[in-house]
Design a binder for this molecule. Sequence first.
Ligand code: AKB
Length: 318
Amino acid sequence: MAKVLIIGAVGQIGSELTVALRKKHGADNVVASTRKTEFPPEIRDGGPCEYFDVQDKEAVLSVMKKYGIEQVYQLASLLSATGEKNPDLAFSINLLGLKNTLDAARECGVDRFFWPSSIAAFGPTTPRENTPQRTVLEPTTMYGLTKVAGELLCQYYFRKYGLDVRSVRYPGLISWKAEPGGGTTDYAVAIYYEAILHGKYRCFVKPDTVLPMMYMPDAIRGTMQLMDAPAEKLTVRTSYNLAAMSFSAKELAEEVARHIPGFSCTYEPDFRQQIADSWPRSIDDSQARMDWGWRHEYDLAKMSKDMIANLKVKLGKE
Ligand code: AKB
């Protein structure tokens, strides 16, 4: 059992990862933190919680020291669409926040450090089909820029200071527990809510837009698996490609309609279309599969069945 700190514990990934890590390491050993959002009851009542901002290095350091932290999950980030509305804040939280946390982790002798990259690290000059692990990284968004620089920073801290930093490039993540906020792939979550609540959805990307996606249980399992892998197995210290499924917005709408009769989807692309068009359609994650045994479990059909069953209960629409 390790003493763990999760920074950004109220976000889409953090809220589920916190619960899973408290089960694994013991509730008292996992500190959840956020910048300003209220903690949901299952996190607030489930173990220690702290408020601080990753942009404040002294605050990060003092929480790590207070709890004798051994493992860090640094998830605090603005996503792609919000990042385009406020590039300065995205740069500061995503990149300076990462550096503050890496520095504090070094100073505290942290054993393992996790930081999420994303398919947003790729750009229009990257091969879009079966995108390789090592390829062109020329993103067009501030979010993507912070992911590329962040990956290199992680590798730098590993090589120069021996900090055991591990990372994956998440595809769009789909979950029913916490909603994403400010991402380009948010339509793939919103469609389920709107289908159940209103029987229709206005999608902000075109029907033929194909992006790599993953169901949250796979993402949580994969993240914990990477953090448990023996260090000598890991050959990538920037960030591992990670994949599960790829589908178009139209295929997603058709799958939802199988469960919600009469569901209809219309398409009104906005500024997020351009971001989606700059990202890969599918990802080659064979290095993660080879190095630490990554396997996904959910495809579109299996995910949709689970997602709709759980959301109906959550939304009181059984
Ligand atoms: C976003 O859409 O910004 C994120 C991501 C793919 O990193 N979901």
